[in-house]
Design a protein around this ligand. Structure first.
Ligand SMILES: Cc1cc2nc3c(=O)[nH]c(=O)nc-3n(C[C@H](O)[C@H](O)[C@H](O)COP(=O)(O)OP(=O)(O)OC[C@H]3O[C@@H](n4cnc5c(N)ncnc54)[C@H](O)[C@@H]3O)c2cc1C
Length: 543
Protein backbone atom coordinates (compact mmCIF):
# COMPACT_ATOMS: atom_id res chain seq x y z
CA UNK A 1 0.00 0.00 0.00
CA UNK A 2 1.20 3.51 -0.77
CA UNK A 3 1.39 5.67 2.35
CA UNK A 4 0.31 8.79 0.42
CA UNK A 5 -2.79 7.29 -1.12
CA UNK A 6 -6.15 8.00 0.55
CA UNK A 7 -8.33 4.99 1.29
CA UNK A 8 -12.05 4.28 1.62
CA UNK A 9 -14.47 7.10 0.79
CA UNK A 10 -11.57 9.56 1.03
CA UNK A 11 -10.16 8.01 -2.14
CA UNK A 12 -13.25 8.97 -4.19
CA UNK A 13 -13.29 12.67 -5.12
CA UNK A 14 -16.78 14.18 -5.03
CA UNK A 15 -17.36 17.42 -6.94
CA UNK A 16 -20.83 18.12 -5.49
CA UNK A 17 -20.85 21.72 -4.27
CA UNK A 18 -18.28 22.93 -6.78
CA UNK A 19 -19.15 26.35 -8.22
CA UNK A 20 -19.11 25.61 -11.97
CA UNK A 21 -18.59 29.29 -12.76
CA UNK A 22 -15.58 29.71 -10.48
CA UNK A 23 -14.16 26.38 -11.60
CA UNK A 24 -13.96 27.82 -15.11
CA UNK A 25 -12.01 31.11 -14.96
CA UNK A 26 -12.05 31.49 -18.75
CA UNK A 27 -15.81 32.04 -18.60
CA UNK A 28 -15.62 35.46 -16.97
CA UNK A 29 -12.74 36.53 -19.19
CA UNK A 30 -14.61 35.56 -22.34
CA UNK A 31 -17.83 37.13 -21.05
CA UNK A 32 -15.95 40.40 -20.67
CA UNK A 33 -14.93 40.18 -24.33
CA UNK A 34 -18.36 39.48 -25.75
CA UNK A 35 -20.66 41.54 -23.48
CA UNK A 36 -20.98 45.32 -23.21
CA UNK A 37 -19.01 46.39 -20.07
CA UNK A 38 -22.04 47.54 -18.07
CA UNK A 39 -24.00 44.36 -18.76
CA UNK A 40 -20.92 42.26 -17.96
CA UNK A 41 -20.57 43.92 -14.54
CA UNK A 42 -24.29 43.51 -13.93
CA UNK A 43 -24.33 39.81 -14.82
CA UNK A 44 -21.25 38.74 -12.83
CA UNK A 45 -23.10 38.04 -9.55
CA UNK A 46 -25.85 36.23 -11.45
CA UNK A 47 -23.33 34.02 -13.24
CA UNK A 48 -21.62 33.32 -9.94
CA UNK A 49 -24.86 32.29 -8.24
CA UNK A 50 -25.94 30.16 -11.20
CA UNK A 51 -22.53 28.47 -11.16
CA UNK A 52 -23.02 27.64 -7.48
CA UNK A 53 -26.51 26.25 -8.14
CA UNK A 54 -25.39 24.25 -11.18
CA UNK A 55 -22.68 22.49 -9.21
CA UNK A 56 -24.94 21.77 -6.27
CA UNK A 57 -28.73 21.92 -5.77
CA UNK A 58 -29.60 22.29 -9.47
CA UNK A 59 -27.43 19.29 -10.28
CA UNK A 60 -29.21 17.34 -7.57
CA UNK A 61 -32.63 18.35 -8.94
CA UNK A 62 -31.49 17.32 -12.43
CA UNK A 63 -30.51 13.88 -11.15
CA UNK A 64 -33.87 13.43 -9.41
CA UNK A 65 -35.83 14.59 -12.47
CA UNK A 66 -33.77 12.25 -14.67
CA UNK A 67 -34.69 9.29 -12.47
CA UNK A 68 -38.36 10.35 -12.32
CA UNK A 69 -39.44 11.05 -15.90
CA UNK A 70 -42.79 12.68 -16.69
CA UNK A 71 -45.87 10.50 -17.13
CA UNK A 72 -48.97 10.97 -19.26
CA UNK A 73 -52.48 10.99 -17.81
CA UNK A 74 -55.15 10.51 -20.40
CA UNK A 75 -58.34 11.58 -18.74
CA UNK A 76 -59.46 13.90 -16.00
CA UNK A 77 -60.98 12.33 -12.93
CA UNK A 78 -64.42 13.14 -14.44
CA UNK A 79 -63.56 11.14 -17.53
CA UNK A 80 -62.88 13.99 -19.94
CA UNK A 81 -60.45 13.09 -22.74
CA UNK A 82 -57.86 15.72 -21.77
CA UNK A 83 -54.27 14.67 -21.38
CA UNK A 84 -51.92 16.07 -18.83
CA UNK A 85 -48.20 15.51 -18.49
CA UNK A 86 -47.32 14.95 -14.85
CA UNK A 87 -43.89 16.38 -14.06
CA UNK A 88 -41.86 15.63 -10.97
CA UNK A 89 -41.58 18.47 -8.41
CA UNK A 90 -37.81 18.52 -9.08
CA UNK A 91 -38.51 19.39 -12.71
CA UNK A 92 -41.06 22.01 -11.65
CA UNK A 93 -38.45 23.60 -9.43
CA UNK A 94 -35.97 23.69 -12.31
CA UNK A 95 -38.67 25.31 -14.48
CA UNK A 96 -39.07 27.98 -11.81
CA UNK A 97 -35.36 28.67 -11.91
CA UNK A 98 -34.96 28.68 -15.71
CA UNK A 99 -38.15 30.42 -16.86
CA UNK A 100 -38.78 32.33 -13.62
CA UNK A 101 -35.72 33.47 -11.77
CA UNK A 102 -33.30 33.56 -14.72
CA UNK A 103 -35.94 34.43 -17.34
CA UNK A 104 -34.01 32.53 -19.99
CA UNK A 105 -36.95 32.48 -22.44
CA UNK A 106 -37.86 36.12 -21.82
CA UNK A 107 -34.60 38.02 -21.66
CA UNK A 108 -34.19 38.41 -25.43
CA UNK A 109 -37.69 39.79 -25.82
CA UNK A 110 -38.18 42.33 -23.07
CA UNK A 111 -36.41 44.27 -20.36
CA UNK A 112 -36.81 43.66 -16.67
CA UNK A 113 -35.16 40.23 -16.44
CA UNK A 114 -32.49 39.91 -13.72
CA UNK A 115 -32.92 43.61 -13.06
CA UNK A 116 -31.67 44.65 -16.51
CA UNK A 117 -33.86 47.33 -18.09
CA UNK A 118 -33.59 46.27 -21.76
CA UNK A 119 -33.68 43.01 -23.72
CA UNK A 120 -30.26 41.36 -23.42
CA UNK A 121 -28.04 40.50 -26.40
CA UNK A 122 -27.76 36.83 -27.44
CA UNK A 123 -24.32 36.41 -25.80
CA UNK A 124 -25.88 37.05 -22.37
CA UNK A 125 -28.59 34.46 -22.91
CA UNK A 126 -26.12 31.88 -24.14
CA UNK A 127 -23.64 32.46 -21.31
CA UNK A 128 -26.41 31.82 -18.78
CA UNK A 129 -27.62 28.81 -20.80
CA UNK A 130 -24.05 27.51 -20.98
CA UNK A 131 -23.95 27.40 -17.18
CA UNK A 132 -27.50 26.12 -16.60
CA UNK A 133 -27.11 23.25 -19.05
CA UNK A 134 -24.05 21.99 -17.20
CA UNK A 135 -26.53 20.73 -14.62
CA UNK A 136 -29.75 20.20 -16.62
CA UNK A 137 -30.01 19.54 -20.34
CA UNK A 138 -33.60 18.31 -20.80
CA UNK A 139 -35.36 21.46 -19.61
CA UNK A 140 -33.25 23.59 -21.94
CA UNK A 141 -35.36 22.21 -24.81
CA UNK A 142 -38.67 23.75 -23.62
CA UNK A 143 -36.77 26.92 -22.69
CA UNK A 144 -35.22 27.22 -26.14
CA UNK A 145 -38.51 26.27 -27.86
CA UNK A 146 -40.33 29.00 -25.97
CA UNK A 147 -37.66 31.58 -26.78
CA UNK A 148 -37.47 30.52 -30.44
CA UNK A 149 -41.25 30.35 -30.91
CA UNK A 150 -41.55 33.87 -29.51
CA UNK A 151 -38.87 35.10 -31.89
CA UNK A 152 -40.51 33.49 -34.94
CA UNK A 153 -43.98 34.67 -33.95
CA UNK A 154 -42.73 38.24 -33.50
CA UNK A 155 -40.97 38.15 -36.86
CA UNK A 156 -43.70 36.63 -38.99
CA UNK A 157 -46.94 36.50 -36.98
CA UNK A 158 -50.03 38.64 -37.23
CA UNK A 159 -49.64 41.59 -34.79
CA UNK A 160 -52.91 40.64 -33.10
CA UNK A 161 -51.58 37.14 -32.38
CA UNK A 162 -48.32 38.59 -31.10
CA UNK A 163 -50.19 40.98 -28.81
CA UNK A 164 -52.38 38.15 -27.50
CA UNK A 165 -49.58 35.76 -26.60
CA UNK A 166 -46.38 37.77 -26.03
CA UNK A 167 -47.04 38.60 -22.35
CA UNK A 168 -47.62 34.94 -21.44
CA UNK A 169 -44.70 33.70 -23.55
CA UNK A 170 -42.33 36.05 -21.77
CA UNK A 171 -43.82 35.67 -18.29
CA UNK A 172 -41.47 34.83 -15.42
CA UNK A 173 -44.36 33.57 -13.32
CA UNK A 174 -44.59 29.85 -14.05
CA UNK A 175 -48.34 29.93 -13.31
CA UNK A 176 -49.06 32.41 -16.09
CA UNK A 177 -46.23 31.36 -18.41
CA UNK A 178 -47.12 29.96 -21.86
CA UNK A 179 -44.41 27.54 -22.97
CA UNK A 180 -43.63 26.84 -26.62
CA UNK A 181 -43.09 23.73 -28.74
CA UNK A 182 -42.37 22.82 -32.35
CA UNK A 183 -44.35 20.05 -34.08
CA UNK A 184 -42.61 19.40 -37.36
CA UNK A 185 -41.53 15.76 -37.59
CA UNK A 186 -43.92 13.07 -38.89
CA UNK A 187 -43.33 9.34 -39.33
CA UNK A 188 -42.52 9.85 -43.00
CA UNK A 189 -41.21 13.41 -42.71
CA UNK A 190 -38.18 13.94 -40.50
CA UNK A 191 -35.18 15.25 -42.38
CA UNK A 192 -37.40 15.34 -45.47
CA UNK A 193 -39.80 18.03 -44.30
CA UNK A 194 -41.26 18.33 -47.81
CA UNK A 195 -42.97 14.98 -47.20
CA UNK A 196 -45.25 16.56 -44.56
CA UNK A 197 -48.80 15.18 -44.79
CA UNK A 198 -50.56 16.75 -41.80
CA UNK A 199 -53.28 18.78 -43.49
CA UNK A 200 -54.79 22.20 -42.91
CA UNK A 201 -58.36 23.05 -43.91
CA UNK A 202 -59.69 26.62 -43.80
CA UNK A 203 -62.25 27.54 -41.13
CA UNK A 204 -64.18 30.81 -40.72
CA UNK A 205 -62.41 33.81 -39.13
CA UNK A 206 -58.99 33.10 -40.66
CA UNK A 207 -58.55 29.95 -38.61
CA UNK A 208 -57.50 26.53 -39.89
CA UNK A 209 -58.24 22.96 -38.82
CA UNK A 210 -55.13 20.75 -38.60
CA UNK A 211 -55.45 16.99 -38.98
CA UNK A 212 -52.87 14.21 -38.79
CA UNK A 213 -50.06 12.74 -36.68
CA UNK A 214 -46.94 14.50 -35.41
CA UNK A 215 -44.40 11.86 -34.45
CA UNK A 216 -41.86 13.66 -32.27
CA UNK A 217 -43.18 16.51 -30.12
CA UNK A 218 -41.00 17.64 -27.25
CA UNK A 219 -42.85 19.60 -24.59
CA UNK A 220 -46.10 18.19 -26.06
CA UNK A 221 -48.37 19.88 -23.51
CA UNK A 222 -46.95 23.35 -24.26
CA UNK A 223 -49.49 26.16 -24.39
CA UNK A 224 -48.44 27.02 -27.96
CA UNK A 225 -46.78 25.06 -30.74
CA UNK A 226 -45.47 26.05 -34.14
CA UNK A 227 -46.71 23.38 -36.54
CA UNK A 228 -45.92 22.61 -40.17
CA UNK A 229 -48.92 21.47 -42.20
CA UNK A 230 -50.04 21.33 -45.82
CA UNK A 231 -53.14 23.34 -46.72
CA UNK A 232 -55.58 21.22 -48.72
CA UNK A 233 -54.88 21.76 -52.43
CA UNK A 234 -51.35 23.15 -51.83
CA UNK A 235 -48.59 21.79 -54.10
CA UNK A 236 -46.50 18.76 -53.16
CA UNK A 237 -43.07 19.23 -51.61
CA UNK A 238 -41.61 21.93 -49.48
CA UNK A 239 -43.36 24.84 -51.21
CA UNK A 240 -46.78 23.53 -50.21
CA UNK A 241 -46.01 23.54 -46.48
CA UNK A 242 -47.26 26.36 -44.25
CA UNK A 243 -46.54 27.40 -40.68
CA UNK A 244 -49.31 27.53 -38.06
CA UNK A 245 -49.59 28.59 -34.44
CA UNK A 246 -51.49 25.96 -32.47
CA UNK A 247 -52.86 26.80 -29.01
CA UNK A 248 -53.52 24.00 -26.54
CA UNK A 249 -56.42 25.93 -25.05
CA UNK A 250 -58.68 27.96 -27.38
CA UNK A 251 -59.40 31.63 -26.65
CA UNK A 252 -62.89 30.66 -25.38
CA UNK A 253 -61.32 28.33 -22.78
CA UNK A 254 -62.10 25.00 -24.48
CA UNK A 255 -59.37 22.41 -24.97
CA UNK A 256 -58.16 22.29 -28.58
CA UNK A 257 -58.63 19.06 -30.56
CA UNK A 258 -55.17 17.62 -30.03
CA UNK A 259 -54.46 14.32 -28.39
CA UNK A 260 -51.14 13.33 -26.80
CA UNK A 261 -51.06 9.65 -27.70
CA UNK A 262 -48.04 8.57 -25.67
CA UNK A 263 -44.67 9.73 -24.38
CA UNK A 264 -41.42 8.36 -25.80
CA UNK A 265 -39.06 6.32 -23.64
CA UNK A 266 -35.73 8.01 -24.32
CA UNK A 267 -32.02 7.36 -23.83
CA UNK A 268 -31.47 10.91 -22.54
CA UNK A 269 -33.42 14.10 -21.76
CA UNK A 270 -35.48 11.85 -19.51
CA UNK A 271 -36.56 14.74 -17.31
CA UNK A 272 -38.47 16.32 -20.20
CA UNK A 273 -41.48 14.89 -22.05
CA UNK A 274 -41.33 14.10 -25.77
CA UNK A 275 -44.51 12.64 -27.20
CA UNK A 276 -46.64 11.76 -30.18
CA UNK A 277 -49.50 14.13 -30.92
CA UNK A 278 -52.60 13.52 -32.98
CA UNK A 279 -54.27 16.58 -34.41
CA UNK A 280 -57.99 15.97 -34.80
CA UNK A 281 -59.18 19.09 -36.57
CA UNK A 282 -57.25 21.25 -34.10
CA UNK A 283 -57.73 25.00 -34.53
CA UNK A 284 -54.61 26.94 -35.55
CA UNK A 285 -53.70 30.26 -37.16
CA UNK A 286 -51.50 30.77 -40.18
CA UNK A 287 -48.15 32.45 -39.44
CA UNK A 288 -46.72 34.63 -42.24
CA UNK A 289 -46.89 33.67 -45.92
CA UNK A 290 -48.68 30.44 -46.81
CA UNK A 291 -45.94 29.33 -49.23
CA UNK A 292 -43.07 30.26 -46.89
CA UNK A 293 -43.80 27.82 -44.08
CA UNK A 294 -40.50 26.05 -44.25
CA UNK A 295 -38.45 29.22 -44.65
CA UNK A 296 -40.11 30.71 -41.58
CA UNK A 297 -39.79 27.50 -39.60
CA UNK A 298 -36.12 27.50 -40.61
CA UNK A 299 -35.76 30.72 -38.61
CA UNK A 300 -37.02 28.90 -35.53
CA UNK A 301 -34.91 25.83 -36.30
CA UNK A 302 -31.74 27.90 -36.83
CA UNK A 303 -32.26 29.70 -33.55
CA UNK A 304 -32.72 26.42 -31.82
CA UNK A 305 -29.70 24.90 -33.64
CA UNK A 306 -27.57 27.71 -32.26
CA UNK A 307 -28.93 26.99 -28.80
CA UNK A 308 -28.12 23.30 -29.34
CA UNK A 309 -24.53 24.17 -30.18
CA UNK A 310 -24.29 26.24 -27.00
CA UNK A 311 -25.74 23.34 -25.03
CA UNK A 312 -23.16 20.97 -26.51
CA UNK A 313 -20.44 23.42 -25.51
CA UNK A 314 -21.90 23.53 -21.98
CA UNK A 315 -22.03 19.75 -21.70
CA UNK A 316 -18.40 19.55 -22.82
CA UNK A 317 -17.41 22.16 -20.25
CA UNK A 318 -19.15 20.16 -17.51
CA UNK A 319 -17.29 17.07 -18.69
CA UNK A 320 -13.95 18.92 -18.64
CA UNK A 321 -14.59 20.42 -15.20
CA UNK A 322 -15.52 17.02 -13.76
CA UNK A 323 -12.53 15.31 -15.37
CA UNK A 324 -10.10 17.99 -14.18
CA UNK A 325 -11.58 17.86 -10.67
CA UNK A 326 -11.19 14.11 -10.48
CA UNK A 327 -7.73 14.06 -12.08
CA UNK A 328 -6.34 16.52 -9.55
CA UNK A 329 -7.65 14.55 -6.55
CA UNK A 330 -7.73 10.90 -7.48
CA UNK A 331 -4.48 9.15 -6.62
CA UNK A 332 -3.16 6.05 -8.37
CA UNK A 333 0.31 4.58 -8.15
CA UNK A 334 1.07 7.22 -5.53
CA UNK A 335 0.44 10.28 -7.69
CA UNK A 336 -2.61 12.32 -8.71
CA UNK A 337 -3.92 11.28 -12.13
CA UNK A 338 -3.31 14.82 -13.37
CA UNK A 339 0.46 14.29 -13.02
CA UNK A 340 0.47 11.40 -15.48
CA UNK A 341 1.53 12.27 -19.06
CA UNK A 342 -1.17 10.14 -20.68
CA UNK A 343 -3.87 11.70 -18.52
CA UNK A 344 -2.55 15.19 -19.29
CA UNK A 345 -2.83 14.44 -22.98
CA UNK A 346 -6.38 13.08 -22.54
CA UNK A 347 -7.48 16.14 -20.56
CA UNK A 348 -5.93 18.55 -23.04
CA UNK A 349 -7.75 16.97 -25.97
CA UNK A 350 -11.06 17.28 -24.16
CA UNK A 351 -10.32 20.86 -23.24
CA UNK A 352 -9.41 21.89 -26.77
CA UNK A 353 -12.67 20.49 -28.19
CA UNK A 354 -14.68 22.17 -25.45
CA UNK A 355 -12.96 25.52 -25.98
CA UNK A 356 -13.51 25.35 -29.74
CA UNK A 357 -17.23 24.92 -29.17
CA UNK A 358 -17.36 27.73 -26.63
CA UNK A 359 -15.59 30.19 -28.93
CA UNK A 360 -17.83 29.24 -31.85
CA UNK A 361 -20.91 29.67 -29.64
CA UNK A 362 -19.86 33.18 -28.69
CA UNK A 363 -18.96 34.06 -32.27
CA UNK A 364 -22.37 32.85 -33.45
CA UNK A 365 -24.10 34.79 -30.67
CA UNK A 366 -22.32 37.94 -31.77
CA UNK A 367 -23.21 37.28 -35.42
CA UNK A 368 -26.86 36.89 -34.37
CA UNK A 369 -26.77 40.23 -32.56
CA UNK A 370 -25.26 41.95 -35.60
CA UNK A 371 -27.65 40.22 -37.98
CA UNK A 372 -30.69 41.28 -35.95
CA UNK A 373 -29.29 44.82 -35.94
CA UNK A 374 -29.28 44.69 -39.74
CA UNK A 375 -25.48 44.87 -40.19
CA UNK A 376 -24.40 44.05 -43.70
CA UNK A 377 -22.95 40.55 -44.16
CA UNK A 378 -23.90 39.47 -40.64
CA UNK A 379 -26.83 37.29 -41.72
CA UNK A 380 -24.65 35.34 -44.18
CA UNK A 381 -22.07 34.79 -41.43
CA UNK A 382 -24.73 33.66 -38.96
CA UNK A 383 -26.19 31.28 -41.56
CA UNK A 384 -22.74 29.71 -41.81
CA UNK A 385 -21.66 29.67 -38.15
CA UNK A 386 -24.94 28.18 -36.88
CA UNK A 387 -24.89 24.83 -38.71
CA UNK A 388 -21.08 24.62 -38.36
CA UNK A 389 -21.47 24.84 -34.59
CA UNK A 390 -24.50 22.54 -34.38
CA UNK A 391 -22.86 19.90 -36.56
CA UNK A 392 -19.41 19.67 -35.04
CA UNK A 393 -19.96 20.65 -31.39
CA UNK A 394 -22.82 18.18 -30.96
CA UNK A 395 -20.66 15.39 -32.35
CA UNK A 396 -17.67 16.37 -30.21
CA UNK A 397 -19.87 16.48 -27.09
CA UNK A 398 -20.53 12.73 -27.46
CA UNK A 399 -16.83 12.01 -27.44
CA UNK A 400 -15.84 14.45 -24.70
CA UNK A 401 -18.66 13.26 -22.43
CA UNK A 402 -17.53 9.65 -22.96
CA UNK A 403 -13.91 10.51 -22.25
CA UNK A 404 -14.81 12.35 -19.03
CA UNK A 405 -16.72 9.28 -17.93
CA UNK A 406 -13.54 7.25 -18.36
CA UNK A 407 -11.48 9.71 -16.31
CA UNK A 408 -13.77 8.98 -13.34
CA UNK A 409 -13.00 5.29 -13.77
CA UNK A 410 -15.69 2.83 -12.69
CA UNK A 411 -17.65 5.53 -10.85
CA UNK A 412 -18.11 7.33 -14.18
CA UNK A 413 -20.34 4.49 -15.33
CA UNK A 414 -22.53 4.65 -12.23
CA UNK A 415 -25.75 6.67 -12.38
CA UNK A 416 -25.16 8.36 -9.00
CA UNK A 417 -22.52 10.53 -10.71
CA UNK A 418 -23.31 13.12 -13.39
CA UNK A 419 -21.21 11.52 -16.16
CA UNK A 420 -23.77 8.96 -17.34
CA UNK A 421 -26.53 11.57 -17.59
CA UNK A 422 -24.26 13.98 -19.45
CA UNK A 423 -23.28 11.23 -21.90
CA UNK A 424 -26.88 10.13 -22.53
CA UNK A 425 -27.99 13.71 -23.06
CA UNK A 426 -25.01 14.53 -25.27
CA UNK A 427 -26.05 11.93 -27.84
CA UNK A 428 -29.29 13.70 -28.65
CA UNK A 429 -27.69 16.89 -29.96
CA UNK A 430 -26.56 15.16 -33.15
CA UNK A 431 -30.05 13.83 -33.90
CA UNK A 432 -32.71 16.41 -33.16
CA UNK A 433 -32.95 19.73 -34.98
CA UNK A 434 -31.30 17.94 -37.89
CA UNK A 435 -28.96 14.96 -37.91
CA UNK A 436 -25.24 15.37 -38.60
CA UNK A 437 -25.60 14.64 -42.33
CA UNK A 438 -28.53 17.00 -42.71
CA UNK A 439 -26.85 19.83 -40.82
CA UNK A 440 -23.54 19.38 -42.68
CA UNK A 441 -25.51 19.60 -45.94
CA UNK A 442 -27.02 22.81 -44.59
CA UNK A 443 -23.51 24.21 -44.11
CA UNK A 444 -22.94 23.78 -47.84
CA UNK A 445 -26.35 25.27 -48.65
CA UNK A 446 -25.46 28.31 -46.54
CA UNK A 447 -22.03 28.50 -48.16
CA UNK A 448 -23.40 28.48 -51.69
CA UNK A 449 -26.88 30.00 -51.60
CA UNK A 450 -26.52 32.54 -48.80
CA UNK A 451 -22.96 33.67 -49.50
CA UNK A 452 -21.80 32.06 -46.26
CA UNK A 453 -18.35 31.00 -47.42
CA UNK A 454 -17.43 34.50 -48.57
CA UNK A 455 -18.84 35.94 -45.35
CA UNK A 456 -16.77 33.48 -43.33
CA UNK A 457 -13.61 34.33 -45.26
CA UNK A 458 -14.16 38.05 -44.66
CA UNK A 459 -14.90 37.47 -40.99
CA UNK A 460 -11.80 35.35 -40.42
CA UNK A 461 -9.62 38.03 -42.04
CA UNK A 462 -11.01 40.44 -39.48
CA UNK A 463 -10.06 38.08 -36.64
CA UNK A 464 -6.43 37.77 -37.79
CA UNK A 465 -3.84 38.26 -35.02
CA UNK A 466 -0.06 37.88 -34.86
CA UNK A 467 1.00 34.40 -33.77
CA UNK A 468 -1.38 32.36 -35.89
CA UNK A 469 -1.73 32.46 -39.66
CA UNK A 470 -5.00 30.73 -40.49
CA UNK A 471 -4.79 31.40 -44.25
CA UNK A 472 -3.16 28.10 -45.33
CA UNK A 473 -5.68 26.11 -43.29
CA UNK A 474 -8.55 28.25 -44.56
CA UNK A 475 -7.46 27.68 -48.15
CA UNK A 476 -7.50 23.91 -47.57
CA UNK A 477 -10.88 23.91 -45.84
CA UNK A 478 -12.51 26.23 -48.38
CA UNK A 479 -11.05 24.16 -51.23
CA UNK A 480 -12.60 21.03 -49.74
CA UNK A 481 -15.91 22.86 -49.35
CA UNK A 482 -15.82 23.89 -53.03
CA UNK A 483 -15.15 20.25 -53.93
CA UNK A 484 -18.05 19.12 -51.72
CA UNK A 485 -20.37 21.56 -53.47
CA UNK A 486 -19.26 20.51 -56.97
CA UNK A 487 -21.21 17.80 -58.82
CA UNK A 488 -20.33 14.39 -57.41
CA UNK A 489 -18.71 15.88 -54.30
CA UNK A 490 -21.49 15.43 -51.74
CA UNK A 491 -19.65 12.63 -49.91
CA UNK A 492 -17.02 15.22 -48.86
CA UNK A 493 -19.60 17.40 -47.10
CA UNK A 494 -18.93 16.36 -43.52
CA UNK A 495 -15.16 16.48 -43.89
CA UNK A 496 -15.44 19.97 -45.37
CA UNK A 497 -17.83 21.19 -42.66
CA UNK A 498 -15.50 19.86 -39.97
CA UNK A 499 -12.51 21.57 -41.56
CA UNK A 500 -14.31 24.91 -41.78
CA UNK A 501 -15.35 24.57 -38.14
CA UNK A 502 -11.80 23.89 -37.06
CA UNK A 503 -10.42 26.87 -38.97
CA UNK A 504 -13.15 29.23 -37.75
CA UNK A 505 -12.83 28.11 -34.14
CA UNK A 506 -9.02 28.34 -34.21
CA UNK A 507 -9.21 31.88 -35.62
CA UNK A 508 -11.72 32.87 -32.93
CA UNK A 509 -9.60 31.36 -30.14
CA UNK A 510 -6.50 33.14 -31.41
CA UNK A 511 -8.40 36.44 -31.58
CA UNK A 512 -9.63 35.92 -28.00
CA UNK A 513 -6.15 34.88 -26.86
CA UNK A 514 -4.66 38.11 -28.22
CA UNK A 515 -7.22 40.21 -26.38
CA UNK A 516 -6.95 38.24 -23.17
CA UNK A 517 -3.16 37.93 -23.32
CA UNK A 518 -3.60 34.17 -22.99
CA UNK A 519 -0.73 32.21 -24.62
CA UNK A 520 -2.30 28.85 -23.66
CA UNK A 521 -5.39 29.68 -25.69
CA UNK A 522 -3.25 30.70 -28.64
CA UNK A 523 -1.36 27.43 -28.36
CA UNK A 524 -4.65 25.51 -28.40
CA UNK A 525 -5.70 27.38 -31.55
CA UNK A 526 -2.44 26.37 -33.25
CA UNK A 527 -2.96 22.77 -32.18
CA UNK A 528 -6.42 22.72 -33.78
CA UNK A 529 -5.00 23.75 -37.15
CA UNK A 530 -2.01 21.39 -36.99
CA UNK A 531 -3.97 18.36 -35.86
CA UNK A 532 -7.25 18.84 -37.67
CA UNK A 533 -6.65 20.76 -40.89
CA UNK A 534 -3.04 21.00 -42.05
CA UNK A 535 -1.15 18.08 -43.60
CA UNK A 536 0.55 16.08 -40.87
CA UNK A 537 2.33 12.80 -40.37
CA UNK A 538 -0.15 10.74 -38.29
CA UNK A 539 2.77 9.25 -36.35
CA UNK A 540 4.51 12.58 -35.70
CA UNK A 541 5.57 13.20 -32.11
CA UNK A 542 2.94 15.37 -30.45
CA UNK A 543 3.08 18.91 -29.17
C1 LIG B 1 -35.84 12.97 -28.16
C2 LIG B 1 -36.28 13.60 -29.43
C3 LIG B 1 -37.06 14.73 -29.38
C4 LIG B 1 -37.50 15.32 -30.57
N1 LIG B 1 -38.30 16.43 -30.50
C5 LIG B 1 -38.81 16.97 -31.64
C6 LIG B 1 -39.72 18.08 -31.59
O1 LIG B 1 -40.00 18.62 -30.54
N2 LIG B 1 -40.25 18.51 -32.75
C7 LIG B 1 -39.95 17.95 -33.95
O2 LIG B 1 -40.47 18.41 -34.96
N3 LIG B 1 -39.09 16.91 -34.03
C8 LIG B 1 -38.51 16.41 -32.91
N4 LIG B 1 -37.63 15.34 -32.97
C9 LIG B 1 -37.41 14.71 -34.26
C10 LIG B 1 -36.02 14.91 -34.83
O3 LIG B 1 -35.83 16.24 -35.20
C11 LIG B 1 -35.89 13.93 -35.99
O4 LIG B 1 -35.90 12.62 -35.45
C12 LIG B 1 -34.65 14.15 -36.82
O5 LIG B 1 -34.74 15.37 -37.51
C13 LIG B 1 -34.40 13.02 -37.82
O6 LIG B 1 -35.54 12.71 -38.54
P1 LIG B 1 -36.01 11.19 -38.68
O7 LIG B 1 -36.15 10.63 -37.30
O8 LIG B 1 -37.23 11.14 -39.53
O9 LIG B 1 -34.84 10.45 -39.37
P2 LIG B 1 -34.55 10.39 -40.95
O10 LIG B 1 -34.83 11.71 -41.56
O11 LIG B 1 -35.27 9.21 -41.52
O12 LIG B 1 -33.00 10.12 -40.96
C14 LIG B 1 -32.45 8.80 -40.80
C15 LIG B 1 -30.97 8.87 -41.20
O13 LIG B 1 -30.88 9.25 -42.57
C16 LIG B 1 -29.94 10.29 -42.72
N5 LIG B 1 -30.31 11.16 -43.83
C17 LIG B 1 -31.51 11.76 -44.08
N6 LIG B 1 -31.42 12.53 -45.18
C18 LIG B 1 -30.15 12.43 -45.63
C19 LIG B 1 -29.43 12.99 -46.73
N7 LIG B 1 -30.00 13.85 -47.58
N8 LIG B 1 -28.13 12.62 -46.90
C20 LIG B 1 -27.53 11.76 -46.05
N9 LIG B 1 -28.16 11.22 -44.99
C21 LIG B 1 -29.46 11.55 -44.78
C22 LIG B 1 -29.95 11.04 -41.41
O14 LIG B 1 -28.72 11.71 -41.20
C23 LIG B 1 -30.17 9.90 -40.41
O15 LIG B 1 -28.92 9.36 -40.04
C24 LIG B 1 -37.16 14.76 -31.81
C25 LIG B 1 -36.35 13.61 -31.84
C26 LIG B 1 -35.92 13.04 -30.67
C27 LIG B 1 -35.06 11.80 -30.75
Amino acid sequence: MNALAPTGAEAVPDSRGLNLYRADPALARLAALYLPPDLFEHLLPHLDRLGALAGDSLDELAGIADRNPPTLRHRTRRGEDVQSVEKHPAFREMERLAFGEYGLAALSHRGGVLGWPAPMPPAAKYLLTFLFVQAEFGLMCPVSMTDSLTRTLRRFGDPALVARYLPALTSQDVDTLAQGAMFMTEQGAGSDVGATVVSAAPLPDDAWALTGDKWFCSNPDAALAMVLARPIGAPDGIRGVSLFLLPRILPDGRANALHIVRLKEKLGTRSMASGEVQLRGAVAWLVGDPGAGFRQMADMVNNSRLSNGVRAAGLMRRAVTEAAFVARRRVAFGVPLADMPLMQRQLLKMQVWAEQARSMSLQAAEALRRSDAGESGAYALLRMLTPLLKFRACRDARKVAGDAMEVRGGCGYIEEWPDARVLRDAHLGSIWEGTSNVVALDVMRAARRDGGLDALRAHLSGLAVPGLNVQPALARAAGLAEAAMAPGGTHLTRQAASALYHVASAAAMAWEAARLDDPARLAMAGMVLRHRVLPRDPLAADD
